[in-house]
Design a protein around this ligand. Sequence first.
Ligand code: PLP
Length: 398
Amino acid sequence: MELAQRNYQTSAAGLETLFAASAPDVISFAGGYPDRSLFPRQELNQAFSRSFTNDDSELLQYASTAGYLPLRQKLAQRMCHDGISATAQDVLLTQGAQQGIDLTARLLLNVGDGLVVEGPTYVGALAAFDAYQPTYYTVPVEADGMDLQALQKILMTKQVKLIYTIPDFQNPTGTVMSLAKRKALVALANRYDVVILEDGPYRDLRYTGENLPPLRHFDTEGRVIFLGSFSKILAPSLRLGWLTASAELLKPLMALKGGADVESSNLMMQGIDNYLQHNDLDAHIQQIRTCYRQKKELMVKTLREYLPDTCQINDPQGGFFLWLQLPAGFDAEAFMNNKLLPEANVSFVPASVMTPGQGPNNGARLNFTGPSLAQIRSGAKALGLSLRAALAKAQLSN
Ligand SMILES: Cc1ncc(COP(=O)(O)O)c(C=O)c1O
């Protein structure tokens, strides 16, 4: 599907829907928030205090655009364990994965350039891409990731500069791209000479099943840019993520990073590095996994109990979200705004804001990590009952 360029207001409206649906008195399945009780407050507090105590006066100084070297070394090591061969020289520290999206778009997309996104996709990525006014091509997401036949049709007939994908626990559908599709996607990018932006902030958050290698693992031509983030495994307020790519792409990305904000906060980078020196991040991630797995299971179980038969959910193996598929023609956005929010005080993100242009509206993203177990139980029940009532009414009036 080819679409005209979007303007800034389209994505701004999408983000506003998200924030309105996250008001304090609402049981929000809309946000992409971690569980706040899992933030390692004390450990981070100690790490930042130690950084100040050990201060050699460089802590508060300008440092380097690439980012604090010891932290880049640690991240390179972590990525090596995850199937990405990288050294510190291959890593750029960014203000969250979000900045990696923006820098990549800034490097590769001029007005009208072809950009492939998954449909539906991460609304914040659309907000970043919109600023560069690309021509969007949307590829449907299947249970095992992007529909590669649809992608190939686009690549055969259109000029595409960049493919944006979230292979692991996709935002918003929670799906994982299969091993076969990972290899085939990189092969297609090689064949049609396209860069892939692999956005991987949820990679560490698997609750069941086996990890699959990242796309970057299969990249023999230096065309995959990989993004990681501390937002979902430590805390989003740290605003720290990382990017790795071939030297050919990394060099201009680093120059753009310098132009955007000189460097990431040295204070943040050193504090996080100190945390990693004194704490076991993997043990912390294991704790997060245990908690989120329990939350996901409760949400799936409750929804299966209360949803009408005409609605389906998936049961993702990790990440933050599950996908609610509603009957054809059902308007999820109108249902949320007119019924679910005012009557039950429950929110989700309707499908309509997560595709460029006029996508299908009979779906919704549900977040299970932010709300408490009690909120998941009562919110999922209320959602199921409210949908039953709305669908029964729609049938009566047909
Ligand atoms: C797929 C995806 N990419 C990037 C981000 C932004 O993450 P960060 O906080 O690291 O900027 C998010 C946040 O929700 C996300 O879901």
